[in-house]
Design a protein around this ligand. Structure first.
Ligand SMILES: CCCCCCCCCCCCCCCCCC(=O)SCCNC(=O)CCNC(=O)[C@H](O)C(C)(C)COP(=O)(O)OP(=O)(O)OC[C@H]1O[C@@H](n2cnc3c(N)ncnc32)[C@H](O)[C@@H]1OP(=O)(O)O
Ligand SMILES: NC(=O)C1=CN([C@@H]2O[C@H](COP(=O)(O)OP(=O)(O)OC[C@H]3O[C@@H](n4cnc5c(N)ncnc54)[C@H](OP(=O)(O)O)[C@@H]3O)[C@@H](O)[C@H]2O)C=CC1
Length: 515
């Protein structure tokens, strides 16, 4: 019997960010391994015209939850969606709901965050710092609370090269920032943001670092742990391989590459691609929840959920495998044949952007205009290049994350728990994982049917022929122009033509002799 699964039995669990990528996988695993849990409270806001109930219904009826419905048929009754907006005071939770949460919650998983790199400082602080403080305050009023698990990111200290499982102080006190944002206007905030975030690459990582400091300062007597995942990728094994549901991180770039939009990337091929499957992160979260509640460590422990030091893979290897998968399982209606040119050189990267990205987009838009349609490729290309440039920081550097606490926890688990809640990334086969990942992007994000693969392959062949034809035509045009203008080019041209002529004459003469 799994001790971890048994621990969550009969428990009331509060999850923030349950509608997000990590949150959904967390809920799925909880329901599947501990179907006798009492209730999962999720803090949800209405979104995109959907009510809370509609959002929950959609999640529970998705493919991700198919297995859960077999193990826990009354899953609908065990999930309680509570209206909440984490960017508001008291999260805008009703009095009754708040009372229920305060009196019943046993374990909290705090996943909600804004993960956009370009969010405003005000909004990012509100969500990643103030909301964390607010939740900790709530937690301190929960008599039955056994553990509070805060999800941060391995990049919260990406201004350092070697990162230990400790909370690092930030140059400015979170409280000072929260207070000053209350009276500063947006224009001033925008002006001081670069000075505040210093050597952090974006507002997201900076505010996640502030969030950790808040956890340390406001922990009171709570049993708290922090988990820092690196780049969270598709599921490795559970509930099935390759599940993804948004275009964040690598997903958007995989789509852009598979569709032939993005053919070069400013990336350091030898840099470590620190991807971690989402189910591995979730298994660690559940194990940490159990350990924190049962063993009650004296201080707040930080756990790194990273792959780089235990089972490293670099961007070159990843790129090669992604491309190999595109060959086997191509995406439909590609714009150009997929290709991945990784370069860390600024000049080469600019060159590829001009030649391989912007020029084809402009040519295609001209074609759309000429055929009476609305041009759209340049806009899309600009968006993809913007996204790629925002991720550049993370694909041109390597970090070392120590994993003592994570490894310690692994050794504390029973063999059964090590199997059911496996977070040992050393067992991950990258080639297999990446293939399933790309397949998952095709199936679950692009919603493409496997039956379309032969047609997609035909389309790629046509694109290859167009590519050859285009290059030959371009070569001939350039050459013709050169001949018209340069005596040297004319000499070379006549030399090649006469050489070919002599070669052909010799070949014909020798074959006549043989006859
Ligand atoms: C062979 C090649 C191999 C490739 C290898 C892969 C390399 C991977 C490198 C990955 C490095 C990742 C590093 C991340 C590290 C930090 C980890 C964390 O903690 S961070 C935690 C993780 N956090 C993150 O990863 C956040 C990073 N992302 C961001 O912050 C923002 O997306 C942005 C600022 C980059 C762009 O903002 P903006 O320009 O405003 O664009 P919006 O976002 O608003 O999207 C607008 C619309 O376009 C849609 N769409 C977008 N892309 C694609 C696509 N490719 N396709 C289709 N659609 C796409 C999108 O759905 C939306 O539609 P709708 O909803 O309107 O209908
Ligand atoms: N994905 C990654 O690569 C990594 C993620 N992390 C961390 O993991 C955690 C989860 O990330 P992930 O699942 O990928 O992110 P998602 O963007 O998929 O999910 C974010 C969640 O936060 C919720 N949320 C955002 N704003 C509010 C709000 N105002 N009120 C209520 N809920 C809100 C979202 O709700 P809604 O659906 O309504 O928008 C959603 O459920 C985050 O803390 C992130 O920092 C760490 C490292 C890497």
């Amino acid at each position: 019997m799994s001790m971890i699964a048994a621990f969550y039995g009969g428990k009331s669990i509060l999850i923030t960010g349950a509608t997000g990528f990590l949150g959904k996988v967390l809920m799925e695993k909880l329901f599947r391994t501990s179907p006798d849990l009492k209730v999962i409270y999720i803090l949800v806001r209405p979104k995109a015209g959907q009510t809370l109930q509609q959002r929950v219904f959609q999640i529970l009826n998705s493919k991700l939850f198919e297995k859960v419905k077999e193990v826990c048929p009354n899953v609908h009754e065990k999930i309680r969606a509570i209206y909440a907006d984490l960017s508001q005071n008291d999260f805008a939770i009703s009095k009754e709901d708040m009372q229920e949460l305060l009196s019943c919650t046993n374990v909290i998983f705090h996943c909600a965050a804004t993960v956009r790199f370009d969010d405003t400082l005000r909004h990012a602080v509100q969500l990643n710092v103030t909301a964390t403080r607010q939740l900790l305050l709530m937690a301190s009023q929960m008599p039955k609370l056994e553990a509070f698990i805060h999800i941060s990111t391995a990049y919260s200290n990406c201004n350092l090269k070697h990162i230990d499982e400790v909370i690092y102080p930030c140059p400015v006190e979170p409280k000072k920032i929260i207070d000053s944002l209350e009276w500063l206007d947006d224009a001033i905030i925008e002006e001081i943001t670069p000075k505040l975030i210093r050597d952090w690459p974006n507002i997201y990582t900076y505010t996640k670092a502030l969030g950790e400091m808040v956890v340390q300062q406001e922990s009171r007597n709570l049993n708290i742990a922090i988990i820092r995942p690196s780049i969270v990728g598709a599921t490795w094994q559970e509930p099935f391989p390759g599940w993804v549901d948004n275009v964040n991180g690598p997903n958007g770039l995989i789509i852009a590459a598979g569709k032939g939009f993005l053919r070069a990337l400013k990336a350091t091929p030898k840099a470590v691609a620190d991807l971690i499957p989402v189910d591995t992160v979730v298994n660690l979260m559940l194990a940490v929840g159990w350990y924190t509640a049962v063993h009650r460590p004296k201080s707040t422990l930080v756990y790194h959920s990273t792959s780089g030091n235990l089972n490293p893979c670099n961007w070159h290897k990843m790129g090669v495998q992604v491309l190999a998968t595109f060959e086997k399982i191509p995406f439909e209606r590609a714009f150009r044949r997929p290709y991945a040119n990784f370069t860390s050189n600024n000049f080469t990267s600019q060159y590829w952007n001009a030649v391989s990205h912007r020029a084809p987009a402009i040519i295609y838009d001209c074609y759309l205009r000429l055929t009476g349609r609305k041009p759209r490729m340049t806009k899309l290309m600009n968006q993809i290049l913007r996204t790629a440039s925002m991720l550049e920081y993370f694909i041109n550097r390597s970090w070392e994350w120590s994993t003592y606490n994570t490894e310690m926890l692994m050794s504390e688990l029973s063999p059964e728990d090590q199997r059911v809640f496996n977070f040992d990334v050393r067992q991950l086969n990258w080639l297999e994982y990446i293939e399933n990942y790309v397949l998952g992007v095709k199936k679950y994000l692009l919603k493409e049917d496997m039956a379309g693969i032969p047609e997609a392959k035909q389309h790629l062949k046509r694109l290859r022929n167009i590519h050859y034809l285009f290059n030959t035509a371009l070569f001939l045009i350039v050459w013709r122009l050169l001949i018209a203008r340069s005596q040297m080019a004319r000499n070379v041209w006549f030399f090649i033509v006469s050489f070919c002529y002599k070669f052909l004459s010799y070949f014909r003469a020798s074959s006549t002799l043989k006859v």
